[in-house]
Write a new protein. Structure first.
Ligand SMILES: Nc1ncnc2c1ncn2[C@@H]1O[C@H](COP(=O)(O)OP(=O)(O)OP(=O)(O)O)[C@@H](O)[C@H]1O
Ligand SMILES: O=P(O)(O)OC[C@H]1O[C@H](OP(=O)(O)OP(=O)(O)O)[C@H](O)[C@@H]1O
Ligand SMILES: O=C(O)c1cccnc1
Length: 494
């Protein structure tokens, strides 16, 4: 295998992108001599975002880039050496700082490919290696994967609502900072947007860049016709006029007048954009005016706080919109601005022999109780590639011949597995710290998203009260987990 060189393409090599507690724990492990004890962590979320039925996995390319460059620079070490505890003494002793200076990433990492549809409790990333390293990478992995998975999922929903219409991502100005904007543009393209207005995302990732013009363009001329004419002179074959600065339908008439002059010079008006008012009514009226005037191919672009539910509603209202410009609500994931992905310890190598101690974090709610083991996700499919059910199982234990999956939240819900067609979702990405996966291109991951979403039943894809896709624990894993919970939870007398 010959993995693509990443080095800094996605994530700058900033190993201090972490929470202080990762370093204090690391110091503690080092002092106790536990730094090299082998550990396994899983990164997963507990509920798909937006009250939806699925999520689209994203961010692995960034995570792989960041992991590949993990290491503490002289500047990092100097900064850490200056950190003081409450008594004014150095937080970390010199021996530990020397250890950090020489630290190289040596873990195994398995992950689900970007663009795959994923569900609650499924490890998107599994990290196995020295405890100190596997713990240190938690924060960065969560930062990168939570946000991009969230935005890719949001965009997949917007793409679902838009059907085969064009979707343009316009969010940079409303994004959470430069990087929020850049990684949102990448995740949005992966999730199904056709292009972005974000020029840096175009340069960095090869995403097509597209756009129209602002109201200020119209306002800086004497009148609308003059503004449109001037824009058409600059872009005779690529003009999309924003028609709502003063009065939308008057604006459409002015656009048509300029389009006629353009046609005389051998050019066609590409489109108009509506950015306010009743987009259903105005798009129908605009379409009628353009068609009557002989411009049936001039596209209608709409923008203004759009999201998947507004797009669905506008389509139901018979809107005649060809292109949806979506900004704020996409890049900020407005209705659920964070994915609550977590990173939990699931196994520790015995101190004295080669076996494993599987670990569980217990919670009052079963939904928050973690799953022990070294997990793999097996997706059972029909012959035609429709996803039927997913099984989480512990690769450290043998699988029985007859498989049964059990709902982790309700052990009375069990399903025998009949399907013999399956694929294992977690794939090797790093072995002993070396990137061994040839990461797919952004384009390939984008195509995967649409294939993956098509593999889901419409009942899981719908926005309102989607059906829950079956994800179960393999029977042996379920029994093991139940017993482990019983063993760890104090049995208080009633
Ligand atoms: N037909 C429609 N049905 C439902 N929502 C619509 C419809 N048309 C537009 N909207 C949405 O309604 C919201 C408010 O739009 P509206 O144009 O009234 O407000 P605005 O942004 O303040 O406009 P203006 O710039 O004219 O003040 C926007 O999110 C817009 O996308
Ligand atoms: O509504 P969103 O989904 O966030 O899409 C992006 C918005 O950004 C622009 O507005 P803005 O008022 O910033 O600038 P403008 O003068 O170009 O309209 C554009 O006109 C959209 O309304
Ligand atoms: O090109 C556009 O029309 C555009 C770009 C950014 C934000 N709103 C609109």
């Amino acid at each position: 295998m010959n993995p693509a060189p990443l080095s800094g393409l996605y994530a700058p090599s900033l190993s201090l992108v972490t929470d202080l507690y990762q370093l204090t724990m690391a110091y503690g492990y080092w002092k106790k001599g536990l730094q090299d004890r082998e550990a396994v962590f899983h990164l997963y979320f507990r509920k798909p975002p937006f009250s939806g039925g699925y999520a689209v996995c994203a961010g692995l390319a960034y995570a792989a880039d960041w992991l590949q460059n993990l290491g503490f620079s002289e500047d990092d070490i100097t900064y850490l050496a200056g950190l003081k505890g409450s008594k004014g003494t150095p937080m970390f002793e010199q021996g530990f700082l020397d250890y950090l200076r020489d630290l190289k990433f040596t873990c195994d990492v398995d992950a689900i490919a970007e663009g795959t549809v994923v569900f609650a409790n499924e490890p998107l990333v599994r990290v196995q290696g020295p405890l100190i390293q596997a713990q240190l990478v938690e924060t960065a992995l969560l930062t990168l994967i939570n946000f991009q998975t969230l935005i890719a999922t949001k965009t997949a929903r917007i793409r679902e609502a838009a059907g085969s219409d064009q979707v343009l991502e316009f969010g940079l100005r409303r994004a959470q900072g430069f990087d929020g904007g850049l990684s949102a543009s990448r995740a949005a393209y992966l999730g199904g947007a056709d292009a972005t207005s974000n020029v840096l995302a175009g340069q960095r990732f090869g995403i097509p860049v597209k756009g129209t013009h602002a109201h200020s363009w119209v306002m800086s001329f004497e009148d609308e016709e003059e503004a449109f004419t001037a824009y058409a002179e600059a872009f005779p074959d690529d003009s999309v006029f924003l028609v709502d600065t003063y009065d939308t339908l008057e604006g459409v008439r002015h656009a048509i007048a300029v389009a006629r002059q353009m046609r005389e010079r051998g050019h066609e008006l590409a489109g108009i954009r509506l950015d306010s008012g009743d987009l259903a009514y105005l798009s129908r009226e605009a379409r009628a005016l353009l068609d009557e005037a002989g411009f049936p191919k001039t596209r209608i672009v709409a923008s203004n706080d759009l999201d998947e539910s507004l797009i669905t509603s506008l389509k139901l209202q018979g809107a005649r919109i060809d292109t949806w410009g979506v900004g704020t609500k996409l890049v900020t994931a407005y209705d659920q601005p964070a994915l609550g992905g977590v990173y939990k310890l699931a196994a520790l190598r015995h101190a004295d022999d080669n076996g494993w101690d599987f670990t569980v974090k217990i919670s009052e709610q079963l939904a928050k109780t973690s799953i022990p083991g070294i997990l793999q996700v097996r997706r059972f499919e029909t012959e035609k590639g429709q996803a039927r059910a997913d099984m989480l199982y512990n690769i450290a234990e043998p699988l029985p011949e007859n498989l049964t999956i059990i709902d982790p939240l309700d052990p009375t819900r069990r399903r025998p597995v009949r399907s013999t067609t399956f694929r294992e979702l977690l794939e090797p990405v790093f072995r002993q710290g070396k990137l061994i996966m040839t990461l797919p291109s952004l384009q390939e991951s984008r195509e995967r998203v649409q294939r993956e979403i098509n593999s889901l039943d419409p009942s899981i894809r719908r926005f309102l009260n989607p059906h829950t896709y079956p994800v179960g624990l393999e029977e042996g894993l379920n029994t093991f987990r139940t017993n482990l919970i019983l063993e760890k939870r104090p049995q208080r007398p009633a």
